[in-house]
Design a protein around this ligand. Structure first.
Ligand code: PLP
Length: 455
């Protein structure tokens, strides 16, 4: 039974009132969820309302909210020491690097640079690529999101509002369409067996490399193997293998930004593994430490050639972050990786059933628990409908389900990797109900108004 909540309630509203005059208005907040506490994939607000969490922060709390083993690891470490800078040594630092090396998606062993966020992991990767190759250009992709510091924002290309008024950006970044087969920018003919990934890489090789971009001056290609903020987009099958070959042909490094898609979210440790391709450098954060601010930049040993002093930080490898990350990787290996794959398959199947009933669902796509639902005004034209998406997200909040949008008209399903089947079912029931409400309001379906059950 889906229940309508009275949200935001009085306690939440009081907090929102205190927040407004003081907190930077740049945070993109869609609705007033004010958290009190959480357990696995359930969260409660300050008025005692319970929600199913299909967002996990922004695809962060991989092991669920406050997993007891993660909490215990942080508590025990906090009693010993909270900080010693990365100029010194400690065991949790080395341990997490060893664990990351064990799950690397490349044959060659890797080396690790620890930091505090996704954007820093990306910055580190960009700097290493220039340092190692001695080259200055990069290739990035439309729809990509890599963070908001000046280097990362120079690649980020998912919403113009994220870039407006911040130019000039890092010079030398050339953007190319991502191989999104649902919304291709180049022509290709799937009926004749053509793959959109080939069309995109052909454009780089046959147009860019022959006109404005000398291939032997390109340091790196930076991409999310499955795009996150840009709309949970799974690229065409040939895309990554062709990019890998292109990089090999020209001595270019391939950087996989796995900040959102990595650490088990897609049912494999790293999303690039779905495409049978090895990266040279990986940027990771978000799920890696279950919500502690933590990031890692990992590179093949033969690529991490910089010298002492070339790059560093104060907080990288923070002991609390290291032990949280160690516990997180242990838990993912111990079952949540398999759970993400299994629950993800189930959600995809349930959404395919819903697509048959809901005319606004244009496409359902994803891997593991990184699932995007693209909403359209008309399936034939694929005209995006942010209106349906936004209405769904708001109704979901009012009925006890946390959802986040991405792309132009996409909702992401990115719960903790530890989510249980009964919570998945509960969330999907609310999703289905709220989508019906949204479609009715917008005149897309002519069925009787659903019964509303007040809390
Ligand atoms: N890269 C990707 C793929 C992301 O999704 C994000 C954040 O959403 C970032 C980088 C930036 O991470 P952070 O917000 O931790 O700086």
């Amino acid at each position: 039974m889906v229940t309508r909540l009275n949200v935001p309630g009085p306690e939440a509203q009081a907090l929102l009132k205190r927040d407004k005059p003081l907190v930077s208005p740049s945070y993109p907040r869609d609705y007033g969820f004010v958290m009190s506490h959480g357990r696995n994939s359930e969260v409660w607000d300050v008025d005692g309302n319970r929600f199913v969490d299909f967002a996990a922060g922004i695809a962060v709390t991989a092991t669920g909210h406050s997993h007891p083993e993660v909490v215990k690891a942080i508590q025990e470490q906090a009693e010993k020491f909270i900080h010693i800078s990365s100029d010194y040594y400690h065991e949790p630092f080395v341990r997490i690097c060893e664990q990351l090396n064990e799950i690397r998606p490349m044959q060659e062993e890797l080396m690790v640079f620890l930091c505090n966020s996704g954007t820093e992991a990306v910055e580190s990767a960009l700097k290493l690529a220039r340092y190692h190759t001695g080259r200055q250009y990069y290739i990035g992709f439309f729809g990509g999101f890599h963070g908001r510091t000046m280097g990362a924002i120079s690649f980020t290309a998912s919403k113009v509002s994220q870039r407006a008024k911040f130019a000039p950006y890092l010079p030398g970044v050339v953007h190319v369409p991502f191989a999104d087969p649902y919304r291709p920018l180049f022509t290709f003919d799937p009926a004749r067996g053509q793959d959109y990934g080939d069309a995109v890489v052909d454009y780089i090789e046959k147009v860019l490399f022959k006109t404005i971009l000398p291939a032997n001056e390109v340091a790196a290609v930076l991409l999310e193997p499955i795009q996150g903020e840009g709309g949970y987009v799974v690229p065409a099958p040939h895309f990554l293998p062709r990019l890998r070959k292109m990089c090999d042909d020209h001595g270019i490094l391939l950087i996989a930004d796995e900040v959102q898609a990595g650490v088990g979210r897609t049912g494999k440790w790293w999303s690039i593994e779905h495409f049978g391709v090895e990266p040279d450098i990986i940027a990771s954060a978000k799920g890696i430490a279950s919500g502690m601010p933590f990031g890692a930049m990992m590179a093949r040993k033969s690529v991490m050639t910089w010298k002492p002093g070339a790059h560093g930080n104060t907080y990288g490898g923070n002991p609390l972050g290291c032990v949280a990350a160690s516990a997180t990787l242990r838990l993912i290996k111990g079952g949540f990786l398999a759970n993400a794959a299994a629950q993800g398959d189930y959600v995809m199947q349930r959404l395919a059933e819903m697509q048959a009933r809901h005319p606004s669902i244009g496409e359902v796509r994803g891997r593991g628990l990184m699932i995007g639902i693209e909403f359209v005004a008309d399936r034939a034209t694929r005209e995006p409908s942010a209106t349906v998406r936004d209405a769904l997200v708001h109704h979901a909040f009012e009925h006890g389900l946390l959802l986040l949008g991405c792309g132009t008209s996409v909702v992401r399903i990115a719960p903790p990797l530890s989510i249980e089947r009964k919570t998945v079912d509960e969330g999907l029931e609310i999703f289905d109900y709220c989508l019906t409400l949204a479609e009715q309001e917008l005149g897309m379906v002519a069925v009787p108004v659903l019964e509303q059950v007040p809390a």
